[in-house]
Design a protein around this ligand. Structure first.
Ligand code: GRF
Length: 192
């Protein structure tokens, strides 16, 4: 069936893809946007199987293709309204970021600038928050520039850190914020 969605989202994922699924679910009955392509660097990523099962075009890239001008061209040819990073663990090449100065956004499972930068992903983030005894954590959605987790902040949302939390419990609470706010912020950005 031909697409009727007016905005294309290209989603980059390295893992299970629960945010990609939340975004897909949010837009699937609307004509606002659709995931037109899912890009992964891992053929065994849960997100890749999920995309194929749901009829979403998906591609697995290797490092040399990822760094090539041809990859930038292929993404440009898709004409995405937004390039959505959702748990994508490779740093984007500078040329890629330069080619899409306003289109790339990322979600981080903490309140940046705290707990950001290289090595701060997944359970590492939540363990660091717990080790510091913080009473709050949350999410940051930001534009992507050439430095890890340093692009301008678009949205932050907070949740409590509870005394009995381990990193899984905290991750689960933060993930609820991610699934709620990422699709809604995307909708807001597309309406600008
Ligand atoms: C999320 O916690 C996100 O904040 C971070 O990577 C994780 C991806 O989870 N950047 P999922 O693959 O969307 O479930």
């Amino acid at each position: 069936m031909a697409s009727t969605a007016s905005h294309k989202l290209i989603v980059f994922v390295s893992g299970r893809g629960s945010n990609a699924q939340a975004i897909h679910h949010f837009f699937k009955d609307s004509d606002i946007a659709e995931i037109s392509l899912l890009v992964t660097n891992k053929a065994d990523a849960g997100a890749y199987d999920w995309a194929i099962t749901h009829g979403i075009p998906a591609t697995c890239i290797n490092r040399s293709d990822f760094n090539s001008p041809a990859f930038i061209e292929s993404i440009k040819n898709e004409n995405p309204a937004l390039i959505v990073l959702a748990g994508f663990l490779w740093k984007l090449p500078e040329a890629f970021v330069a080619a899409f100065p306003k289109e790339i956004i990322n979600i981080h499972p903490a309140l940046l600038p705290a707990y950001g930068g290289k090595g701060m992903w997944g359970h590492h983030v939540h363990e660091a928050v717990l080790a510091c005894g913080d009473l709050e954590s949350g999410i940051t959605i930001h534009r992507v520039n050439e430095e890890y987790d340093k692009g301008s902040v678009l949205l932050q949302a907070r949740c409590n850190v509870l005394p009995e939390d381990d990193s899984d419990a905290l991750a689960a609470r933060v993930l609820k914020l991610e699934h709620y706010f990422y699709p809604r912020l995307i909708e807001f950005l597309l309406a600008q």
